[in-house]
Design a protein around this ligand. Sequence first.
Ligand code: PMP
Length: 397
Amino acid sequence: MSDSTRDVASEWAREDLSALQARGLRRGLEPLDSAQGPVVTMGGETLVNFSSNDYLGLAASAAVRAAAIAAVERYGVGTGASRLVVGDTLAHHRLEARLAAFERAEAVLLFNSGYAANTGILPALVGPGDAVFSDALNHASLVDGCRLSRAKVVVYPHADVEVLGSALASTPARRKLVVTDTVFSMDGDVAPLRGIVEGCEAHGAALMVDEAHATGVLGARGAGLCEELGLESRVALRMGTLSKALGGQGAYVATSRVVADLLTSRARPFIFSTALPAALCAAAEVAVDAVEKDVELRERLWRNIRRFAEGLRGLGLRAEARSAVFPVILGEPERALDAARRLREAGVLVKAIRPPTVPEGTSRLRFCLSAGHTLGHVDLALEALRHVGVHDRGTSW
Ligand code: PMP
């Protein structure tokens, strides 16, 4: 008798899992038993959380919760269809208008996640015969968007404007699109955006940026690196997420009306996926208000960022206060896993980040600061790091 299809698949999985295990790359889940925030409970322990992208502590804030609850009462939970069918609500349109004002953009289009936005936008704009130029440390969703587009993909060395410029000059293509994170998600450094914009302008290329870790963190109004540098109107597509500093779920792109119209007709994750729940739209609207008006939130985040950067330098580690993300690069996966385990014993929750999320040999602890952390929390993490005695292996580029 032949094997059941279940046995066949299980055998594949056993084979691949043991290979991952041998390299320290097997992953597992560990649920929280609390709301997201600076302090969480996990496995019966209370831990200070340094692995969340909830940079402003809005995920569980009273105003955001209340907005979501009110929208659930009005619209229910599921949207029942994609936006182009019958899943579109006034809450989606209100949020798009609010985000367009926040981003000072002609148009904003929502996506269900940052992953959906990036894998949808790139293939909608470029295809065979075109070229997309992508930073070597761009987020996986941009990498996958590049692959799905079937355009020629030119990966330029991290943050290297010179190489990007020569690649733009020497690559023949119908359309040229440059794509970069603004704050790099695993390193916390910032793209040389002015140089990238100038390179694009010199070579007739369009530019798309991913502001996932910059929205709510950078810029006087919290609108990201483009705002900080006054480059909003020179960047064709500015993608941001609702899932990090905005404390919810979903994503958006700020762009021109005509590009938003094209994406509405062509971006596959937009067309073929059920609309974002209205409650998440209503929650995000309140979160954007908080980002713009509650300046103290961002001040507290930056107070924590500065304290942590200084403390890391005091421990002999390299650190720049440029975003809420701080890598401590340890090398092999086991070293990062071991350091995470020991920090956890000291009450500090920081997850080990391993390949393929980061390049081979650069497994790390990735600390994320939040406005919700007290200085006491920040000092606890520093003290735990001192105790564990980690030695940073430098940056990953
Ligand atoms: N872009 C970047 C730079 C990210 O870090 C992430 C999430 N980790 C995403 C996109 C994907 O966003 P989402 O989690 O909303 O799918």
